[in-house]
Structures are given as structure tokens and as C-alpha cells.
Design a protein around this ligand. Structure first.
Ligand code: GTP
Ligand code: MG
Length: 195
């Protein structure tokens, strides 16, 4: 896939703010600061399309990016950000659930986890939640530049084991810093959109 055009078409906290047409969607989920917005920028080859921040909790709304006027990548707000208030956390749950449950065009949710760490209890919960809604099977392990090639297998194995992935599920290590791995994700997106 060659991404020629990408634009933010909607920013939503509730359903009536979602785009109304039936374009296909692929969403990115993961804890705050894991690198969802950075990955989106890398895929579309734009430095600042999605706002990236060193401090977690940057993306607080569901952001819909239309790609090639054909489908959308949806950047979901991150979870596990301790400093937000309880009411924000509750809204987060409602916001994500409202989106995941019954979004017609949603093909896949890509879950992002940090390659360096064993997935957290919240990562596991998120993954189980996704399964519950009928999504499965694609994990991006971010910040791959932070570990050595030798550590890669072990870290990916740890992610597989902790999330309870099936052998056919994919884990794609990606580094936005070194710009590696995203070609595999693009291939995966191509496959999904063709189905
Ligand atoms: P929220 O919007 O808070 O949910 O965070 P996010 O998941 O969108 O993370 P974001 O893309 O804003 O990135 C968080 C931080 O991680 C930023 O400082 C990025 O520069 C850094 N980062 C993202 N991807 C990578 C990577 O592959 N390698 C390294 N070394 N840093 C990365
Ligand atoms: Mg973000």
C-alpha cells in the first residue's frame, strides 16, 4: 500500500461525532505513551499528523484519520494513565466501549504493547476485551529500537505468553525511531482491506 493522502476527518468523544459513511476502519489501541500516534505518523509518512508527546495522555479523543480517501485509521485514547481523574477514566471506558461495540466498518483493532515490558494487567484486559468483541490476532510491539536483536525473540515470546495469543496471531515489532517493521503492518492492512 502506498499512502498518498491522510487527513484528520473527525475527533469524537461520542457516537454522534463519528464519521457517518461506511468506510472501513482499523483502530490502534494501547496504553498511553506506547506509541500509537507515532506509529500512525510513520505509516502515513507525516511527522505531525497525529500529536505525539513525551508525557502520557496526549490523545484523549477518538481521532479518525482518512487514508487515500478509502479507509480510516482510528487512533484511540490510551489507557493506564495514572494522573487522570477517576471521571476521565470512566469516560475512557465508555468512550472505547461505545466505539468497539457495534461499529460496522471496524475491521480490526491493532493492539500496541511496549516491546521491553511484559504486558500489564490492563494490556491483558484490553486484549480480552477485544476478543470479547470478536477482534483478535494483531499486536504491534513498539519501541523495538530499545532492545537488541538478541532480545527480540524473548520479548516477543513474553508478549505472546502473557496476552495468551494463538500461534496464528501476529506480533509485529516496529520502531518509529528507526522506521523499521511498519512495512509488515502495511502488508497486513492491505490484506485486511482486500478481504
Ligand atoms: P497517548 O496519546 O498518550 O495515548 O500516547 P501514544 O500511544 O499516542 O504515544 P506517542 O505516539 O505520543 O509516543 C509517546 C512517546 O514515545 C513519544 O515520546 C515518542 O517519541 C516515543 N516513541 C514512540 N514510538 C517510539 C519508538 O519506536 N522508539 C522510541 N525510542 N520512542 C518512541
Ligand atoms: Mg496518542
Amino acid at each position: 500500500m502506498i499512502i498518498k493522502k491522510a487527513e484528520l476527518v473527525a475527533t469524537a468523544v461520542k457516537k454522534n461525532q463519528y464519521p457517518e459513511d461506511d468506510k472501513k476502519e482499523i483502530a490502534f489501541a494501547g496504553r498511553s505513551n506506547v506509541g500509537k500516534s507515532s506509529l500512525l505518523n510513520l505509516l502515513v509518512n507525516r511527522r505531525n499528523l497525529a500529536r505525539v508527546s513525551g508525557s502520557p495522555g496526549k490523545t484523549r479523543t477518538i481521532n479518525f484519520y482518512e487514508i487515500n480517501e478509502e479507509f480510516r485509521i482510528v487512533d484511540l485514547p490510551g489507557y493506564g494513565y495514572a494522573k487522570v481523574s477517576k471521571s476521565v477514566t470512566e469516560n475512557w471506558g465508555e468512550m472505547i466501549e461505545g466505539y468497539l461495540a457495534g461499529r460496522e466498518g471496524l475491521l480490526k483493532v491493532v493492539q500496541l504493547v511496549d516491546i521491553r515490558h511484559t504486558p500489564s494487567a490492563q494490556d491483558v484486559q484490553m486484549y480480552q476485551w477485544l476478543r470479547h468483541y470478536g477482534f483478535d490476532g494483531i499486536v504491534v510491539a513498539t519501541k523495538a529500537d530499545k532492545i537488541s536483536r538478541n532480545e527480540m525473540m524473548k520479548c516477543v515470546g513474553e508478549i505472546r505468553k502473557t496476552l495468551g495469543l494463538s500461534p496464528e496471531d501476529k506480533v509485529i515489532p516496529v520502531s518509529t525511531l528507526k522506521r523499521t517493521g511498519y512495512d509488515k503492518l502495511l502488508e497486513e492492512l492491505d490484506r485486511l482491506l482486500e478481504e
